[in-house]
Ligand binder design. Structure first.
Ligand code: NAP
Length: 485
């Protein structure tokens, strides 16, 4: 299953110049599954050399030719769905069924942007002078650096890289040190699909700050696209200022999940289960604060708790498992700290609340009621299988609570009142709103946040614009203005 453990630069598999490697562990078992090339910052810069050299030739191909290579990549990813899914589960722990879903979801961006490659349109503008003609075209930004997280090791790459490649950019991918193997397999399939050497590169390494800084300091890199924590995103934003790079930032969230007393409670419970517990709660759009209106609060807590208590915890590679491990010790420590803080301030554990016997990084799916905005879990992403429930009384109260955060990625609301649905949709200060649904991700719609959740959009008709520059041409016809009248 593991074919490559070296970085992919200029179409060649390369070891670190020092020969150093780092261990990748299966979080479900703690076992080392591979030793991967630990590149230095200087090693990583050779990927920029390759990407810079390859970019202009790639951009000169017709959109139809670029689309054909993307389509082949899409087909190859789907034909390797099972192997990719097993690799995702092996290196980051999510249940195999979710990993299969991630492969489909990730592949859908490749297909979508293969189609969008052919739909990059310009404009002519009615000129302000009779002797001139005005043209607007779009050109690829150039070399793109994509820095990606571990929680969706495949989809967070394809969501960035497919529009960049469709637009005619070349890319240097820096995957998380937790999940480099999926990235390397994607690169293998990209080579097979026919991307020219240097168009898609993957650099692996433990020293993400040094590698990131070197890549961003290079003036040949014209765009940085990052998915990860808000803290790191802010650093990259500051580093990009020195060379005024274009930036897309998909950062952390603190999603409110609001259930009004007129909601279909069964649908809301189902939506909350999907939204909260996918990937063991390690998604940026997962419900981080569940607000339930007073009239249905007790009913919701009891129905939801019963469902959570029945979740199957274990190694994601085993059939029937619904909740895998947390990614690492830091992730587990954060979950425990949030829970301890909430309980100390008066929250009540309805189900769960302890580590799980399945292994060192497992936590029992948990519901906590009586949570208040002062608690840590109200202010920060817990990023684990803990569902905190708050009680509210009025629509205006919950809207204020939902918006009282520096984050603004995804929000959810359940109501059967149409006017209330529109009021909430318009009032929620979020880039994405799920109304009567807990699942919002699709390649056909723009994904992204406001406030400190980020900049730019991925997917949908907007996604490719992030990798294009608008160029305006003013053409003088060389005529006497009088002749034009
Ligand atoms: P992270 O610690 O910010 O890491 C993300 C990526 O940045 C990894 O490749 C990491 O490498 C790298 N990195 C870390 N420090 C760096 C630095 N100083 N300079 C350059 N690169 C650096 O985030 P994470 O823990 O992997 O992911 C979880 C976070 O991602 C959560 O906050 C989640 O909400 C967010 N997320 C957001 C979205 C979205 O679309 N908005 C989607 C998914 C996840 P190493 O792993 O090798 O350190």
């Amino acid at each position: 299953m593991i074919e490559h453990t070296n970085a992919c630069i200029n179409g060649v598999w390369v070891a670190a110049s020092s020969g150093a490697t780092f261990a990748v562990e299966n979080p479900a078992t703690g076992q080392t599954i591979a030793q991967v090339a630990d590149l230095s910052a200087t090693d990583a810069l050779s990927a920029v050399d390759a990407a810079y050299t390859a970019q202009s030739g790639w951009a000169k191909r017709t959109a139809k030719e670029r689309a054909a290579v993307l389509r082949r990549w899409h087909q190859l990813i789907l034909s390797e769905q099972e192997a990719l899914a097993q690799l995702i589960t092996l290196e980051m722990g999510k249940p195999l069924a979710e990993s299969r879903g991630e492969v489909n979801y990730g592949a859908s961006f490749v297909e979508w942007f293969a189609e969008e490659a052919k739909r990059i349109y310009g404009q002519t503008i009615a000129a302000h002078q009779p002797t001139q003609r005005l043209l607007v075209t779009k050109q690829p930004v150039g070399v793109v650096v994509a820095i990606t997280p571990w929680n969706f090791p495949l989809a967070m790459i394809t969501r960035k890289v497919s529009p960049a490649l469709a637009a005619g950019c070349s890319v240097v991918i820096k995957p998380s040190e937790e999940t480099p193997l999926t990235a390397l397999k994607l690169a293998h399939l990209a080579i097979e699909a026919g991307f020219p050497a240097g168009v898609l590169n993957v650099v692996t390494g433990l020293d993400a700050p040094a590698i990131g800084e070197a890549l961003i300091a290079d003036s040949r890199v014209r765009k940085v696209t990052f998915t990860g924590s808000t803290a790191v995103g802010k650093r990259l934003y500051a580093q990009s200022a020195a060379t005024v790079k274009k930036l897309s930032l998909e950062l952390g969230g603190n999603a409110p999940f609001i259930v009004m007393d007129d909601a279909d409670i069964d649908a809301a419970v189902e939506g909350a289960m999907l939204c909260k517990f996918r990937n063991a709660g390690q998604t940026c759009v997962c419900a981080n604060r569940i607000f339930v209106q007073a009239g249905i609060y007790a009913d919701f807590v009891s129905r939801f708790s019963a469902r959570v208590a029945a979740l199957q915890v274990g190694d994601g590679a085993h059939a029937g498992v619904e909740i895998g491990p947390l990614i690492n010790r830091d992730g587990l420590a954060k979950v425990e700290a949030h829970l301890a803080d909430a309980v100390a301030q008066g929250a009540r554990v309805e189900v769960g609340g302890t580590r799980h016997s399945a292994g060192a990084l497992f936590f029992t799916p948990t519901v906590v009621s009586g949570v208040t905005p002062q608690m840590r879990m109200a202010q920060e992403e817990t990023f684990g299988p803990v569902a905190p429930i708050y009680c509210f009384n009025t629509e205006s109260e919950v809207l204020a609570l939902a918006n009282a955060t520096p984050y603004g990625l995804a929000a959810y609301c359940y109501t059967r009142n149409l006017g209330r649905a529109f009021r909430m949709y318009e009032g929620l200060e979020y880039g994405i709103v799920g109304m009567n649904t807990g699942i919002i991700s699709t390649e056909v719609a723009p994904f992204g946040g406001v406030k400190e959740s980020g900049l730019g959009r991925e997917g949908g008709p907007h996604g490719i614009d992030e990798f294009l520059e608008v160029k305006y041409g003013c053409f003088d016809l060389g005529l006497d203005p009088e002749e034009c009248r």
